[in-house]
Design a binder for this molecule. Structure first.
Ligand SMILES: NC(=O)c1ccc[n+]([C@@H]2O[C@H](COP(=O)([O-])OP(=O)(O)OC[C@H]3O[C@@H](n4cnc5c(N)ncnc54)[C@H](O)[C@@H]3O)[C@@H](O)[C@H]2O)c1
Length: 484
């Protein structure tokens, strides 16, 4: 297409000429994009594009042509065959915030020279800078590096602070019991929530027999998304992150519920979650004496070995009875797809805090029913805990206290020395939301992520099929193989 170009006097300002000339059909109603002056006989082009937010240093105006139109103009210049040289001028470098104009200039020149740069209609500078197809992805490798770079204790302390912050604003979240798909072997769950600005969900499974085939009982990944446009903002592994968030959550609960100054914890079940629990309790409460028990002594040995040199005094015990002797806090974190009795009533003396982590599915509990009757029971989200927690053994209206109310100062936590407190932990979506939020914030400083090409981003939002056709042109051999 040949541009409709009108000669004009170089001395006239573009503003004066706006009404007299038009350069390209369709653009004349906006600030015209270009002029040709021929006072000395040579073609001369003056371009005025875009709005101030986009090209701060070139005196552009609000309502000017869009990015897309600017690119089309460049394409027309190229097609006209008239362009022989080009001057690039920056009128006021002091206004050229973070080199935005330069970036645009490079793009437009590239387009003039035949490269296809722009692929979207007008969007804000911020959006321009973002690659809309890309979602930051935190792999297991990056998560481990993030944990190591941060330090496990610091990670847990900071994550606990995010959880507390979100529990204090509990009422601002959408809440629903997680969506569980049960099978004979385990469960697969989706855990969504939103605070109105950001949406998050986690995929998590629980398959207690998995360890026999070299797999983990629990694996997970999660997503954060922008509520405003629905675009995912983060995709991350959450197997490690779940262990960290579960431990941070347990320690936060214990901060409000455990006896003051408690330092001795029994931990029954010494599998994947166990070290994280121990470190969180040390970092957040100062627990430094552990009494470990697992039906599989090799699990206890591994846990003891992994925690060596971290400031714990550890005793490996030969029964759960032995483990709970003298303990001020009892953590049960076993995996078994049945109503087990990890703790019997006689094992729980007055003043104990129980952190019951392993019972988190219908038909999968750890505590004897009578312990529940003697305890003050604190839960995350009652509609979910009544289905999945220890309290599934109780009447549906058995009184429980929501932990967020304790954290927000609306309900009391531990009130007496002889009180038995029970945190009936099942894991709720808001904790994962906090963990995802924490990781997202940490990525800004650490950049420990990959750019995942996750979202189709066609030139025109509605031209999804056209994007495939253009890909066929770009890769004709592959397209031919697929008959496109
Ligand atoms: N509440 C939550 O937020 C949350 C989060 C993550 C995991 N979990 C649950 O925590 C549990 C543990 O998870 P994991 O990843 O550590 O599992 P895992 O399989 O790695 O470890 C479980 C350990 O429990 C031991 N065990 C089983 N029965 C026992 C018994 N009767 N007495 C003593 N030890 C016993 C096993 O030998 C194993 O070492 C699972 O049930 C899981 O669903 C809960």
């Amino acid at each position: 297409m040949q541009p409709d170009i009108v000669p004009c006097n170089q001395s006239e300002t573009a503003e004066h000429q706006n009404d007299q000339y038009h350069c390209f059909p369709g653009l004349e109603s906006r600030q015209p994009g270009c002029r040709r002056t021929d006072t000395d006989g040579s073609p001369f082009w003056r371009g005025r594009f875009l709005d101030l937010a986009v090209t701060p240093a070139v005196g552009a105006v609000t309502g000017g042509p869009t990015f897309r139109e600017a690119h089309l103009i460049m394409e027309m210049f190229r097609n006209s065959g008239l362009v022989t040289s080009l001057d690039l001028v920056e009128l006021n470098p002091f206004l050229n915030e973070r080199g935005r104009t330069a970036v645009l200039q490079v793009d437009l020149v590239a387009r003039l020279m035949g490269r296809r740069i722009i692929d979207r209609p007008t969007r804000s500078y911020k959006a321009m800078q973002e690659k809309l197809n890309i979602v930051p992805f935190v792999s297991v490798d990056h998560m481990m590096k993030l944990v190591l770079a941060t330090g496990v204790e610091r990670f847990l302390i900071e994550l606990a602070a995010y959880i507390e912050e979100d529990f204090r604003r509990w009422e601002s979240f959408d809440k629903t019991p997680r969506v569980a798909s049960h099978s004979a072997e385990g469960v697969i769950e989706l855990m969504p929530t939103s605070d109105g600005e950001t949406y998050g969900f986690k995929y998590v499974n629980g398959h207690p027999k998995n360890t026999r085939s070299g797999r983990q009982t629990v694996t997970a990944f999660g997503v954060l998304a922008d509520v405003g446009n629905g675009y995912p903002m983060l995709l991350t592994e959450m197997t490690i992150l779940t262990a960290l968030r579960t431990a941070a959550m347990s320690a936060v609960a214990a901060k409000y519920l455990a006896p003051k100054g408690a330092r001795i914890m029994a931990m029954i079940g010494n599998g994947a979650q166990s070290e994280f629990q121990a470190i969180a309790f040390k970092a957040i409460l100062g627990v430094d004496k552990l009494r470990l028990y697992d039906i599989d002594p090799s699990a206890t040995a591994r846990c003891q070995k992994n925690l060596a040199g971290m400031g714990f005094e550890i005793k490996a015990c030969s029964s759960s009875q032995e483990a709970v002797e003298g303990a001020e806090i009892i953590t049960t974190v076993t995996a078994d797809k049945q109503n087990a009795t990890i703790l019997t009533d006689n094992m729980v003396g007055p003043g104990i805090h129980i952190n019951a982590v392993g019972g988190d599915c219908p038909g999968k509990t750890e505590l004897h029913h009578d312990i529940l009757l003697r305890s003050d029971i604190f839960v995350e989200y009652p509609p979910q805990t009544r289905i999945e927690g220890e309290i599934q053994q109780l009447d549906p209206d058995h009184p429980v206290i929501e932990l967020w109310q304790v954290i927000a100062g609306k309900a009391l936590g531990r009130t007496g020395e002889r009180q038995i407190t029970l945190f009936d932990s099942v894991g709720f979506a808001i904790e994962d939301f906090s963990a995802l939020r924490y990781v997202r914030d940490r990525l800004k400083e650490t950049r420990l992520y990959e750019e995942l090409d996750l979202l189709a981003d066609p030139d025109e939002p509605r031209d999804l099929f056209g994007m495939i056709l253009r890909a066929a042109k770009a890769a004709p051999v592959a397209a031919k193989a697929g008959a496109l």
